[in-house]
Ligand binder design. Structure first.
Ligand SMILES: Cc1cc2nc3c(=O)[nH]c(=O)nc-3n(C[C@H](O)[C@H](O)[C@H](O)COP(=O)(O)O)c2cc1C
Length: 358
């Protein structure tokens, strides 16, 4: 049976999102040495024109040293506010809302001068770089950078921000016992492992004020052993909820050595909605709207998900790389997304993310 639940609105804090199809954060591979350029603006124009209610940017670094490549946007940069203002203007003119995803790359930053060579615990990266355990002072600096970058996002006209706490980037590696072997206040029980996330959230909130939408993307499971447990993820989400988080997006997976994709190991387990059970569990336990990501490919499955589970919306990444107009297309043509989930989009062409199967 067809229903139109995909095209009904949902709320994030004070915002009304026009439909329940969210574009999940997707690294653009398109910045010009940390700055938003015309290719990134065009990418978001086409996504907004394609009908997504809310677009979450690819991960933008909170500081130049936290980027995972020179082609990542630096949300702490001097020109960021004016660059972002131009970008958000284009997105709004085309009918979508825009959140910026804020991240620090952790062990996945490159070994280039000026990039932070640190990790949650001392380790040797896949490329041989020796990374030291982040000191309390360095953690404080990164937390402050989250707050500063979030303020810049608000000033630049973004409708909200998302803290990236998934997929093995810095905050995710603190949450995960696979990476976190610290013996100080940031390691051990989940209350300690989530300390940096709570501090980043509090700093972001201080920077943007009580009414500005702040969200998080977080792993329900890491796909490695040991992993954050379901109970630990629920606990972290409930603590963020009590603090006033406005939206929670549930994902899963890490890439243990920084190669390959973080979410793919799970992708064979289910045809669609790979992490839906976790998202539904969190949605039952918190007040904030919960968004479920990974593997959504058909209107029928999405509508069933929205009708039968407590998740507020679903988010898509790879299908929108291939078909930026998919939300509009589904209004008349309900055929499956053309995305093959082949992950060739991780090899960008022409300096911007693109479908590698075309
Ligand atoms: C090319 C590419 C870039 C991605 N970049 C990000 C990112 O910057 N931040 C993030 O949270 N997830 C990122 N992801 C993961 C997606 O947001 C999403 O969680 C994953 O692709 C599963 O959803 P899908 O089946 O709709 O593609 C990326 C995925 C791809 C394929």
């Amino acid at each position: 049976m067809k229903d139109d639940s995909m095209y009904g609105p949902f709320r994030i804090g004070n915002l009304t999102v026009k439909n329940r199809l969210v574009r999940s954060a997707t690294f653009e591979f398109g910045a010009n040495d940390g700055r938003i350029g015309p290719k990134i603006t065009e990418l978001y124009r086409s996504l907004a024109a394609g009908g997504c209610g809310l677009i979450v940017s690819g991960q933008f670094a909170v500081s130049a040293g936290g980027r995972i490549a020179p082609v990542m946007v630096d949300a702490g940069g001097e020109d960021f506010v004016s660059d972002l203002r131009a970008l958000t203007g284009v997105v709004h003119d085309n009918g979508s809302l825009f959140f910026v995803q804020l991240s620090h790359g952790g062990y996945r930053v490159p070994g280039l001068p000026g990039y932070d060579q640190l990790a949650v615990s001392a380790t040797t990266a896949a490329d041989g770089r020796v990374l030291h355990e982040a000191t309390a002072g360095e953690i404080g600096g990164i937390v402050a950078a989250f707050g500063r970058a979030a303020r810049q996002c608000k000033e630049g006209g973004a409708d909200g921000v998302q803290i990236h706490a998934a997929h093995g980037y810095l905050i995710s590696t603190f949450l995960s016992p696979f990476f976190n072997r610290r013996t100080d206040d940031y390691g051990g029980p989940i209350g300690n492992r989530s300390r940096i996330l709570m501090e980043a959230y509090d700093e972001v909130r201080r920077g943007v004020g009580p009414d500005y939408p702040v969200s998080v993307k977080i792993n329900f499971g890491d796909g490695v052993s040991p992993s954050i447990t379901a109970g630990e993820c629920l606990q972290v989400c409930q603590r963020l909820d009590e603090r006033g988080i406005d939206m929670i997006e549930i994902s899963s997976g890490v890439s243990p050595d920084g190669s390959g994709t973080s979410f793919s190991p799970f992708a064979r387990e289910k045809a669609e909605g790979h992490f839906l059970d976790g998202a539904a569990m969190v949605a039952k336990a918190v007040k904030a709207p919960v968004v479920s990501v990974c593997g959504y490919r058909t209107p029928a499955f999405i509508e069933r998900t929205l009708a039968t589970t407590p998740v507020a919306a679903v988010s898509l990444c790879r299908p929108l790389i291939r078909e930026p107009d998919l939300p509009n297309r589904w209004k008349t043509d309900r055929g499956e997304a053309a995305c093959l989930s082949c992950n060739k989009c991780f090899k960008p062409t022409a300096g911007i993310v693109a479908c590698g199967a075309l």
